[in-house]
Design a protein around this ligand. Sequence first.
Ligand code: SF4
Length: 142
Amino acid sequence: LPRKRRVAVSACLLGRKCRYDGGDRLDRELVSQLEGCEVIPFCPEEAILGAPRETIDLVDGRAIGNRSGRDYSRAIEEEAHRFIRENPEIDEIYLKSKSPSCGLASARLYDGDKRLLSQEGTGLFAKVLKKWYKSAKIEERR
Ligand code: SF4
């Protein structure tokens, strides 16, 4: 028997209440597509800060807390490396769009003066995953 497709998914898309505001972004269409797969959820920001938590923006390429001014970049990247160590083989990845961690090509990028530079950036967690899982199919969901 062939093994099940191994699919990594932003946990908020699966209905976990792990967003900054304590909510989720349940994507029923995606969930139904994943029937029969081995689903491996992740939420780097919840792992670091819990939920609810302060919002984070990508400022000069760093993930900065809007309330505390703390730089979470290292912590997010370390979460990604930990995920990769635990799950070296992944077939597909579904990422929540617009997130400074999970966004694939939709994250907002700001400069040091907090001016919006782009809305097509890649989140810090997604960046590491993309680099490692070269043969995986990677998509973002609205
Ligand atoms: S987008 Fe990523 S970091 Fe944000 S709540 Fe969803 S899984 Fe967590």
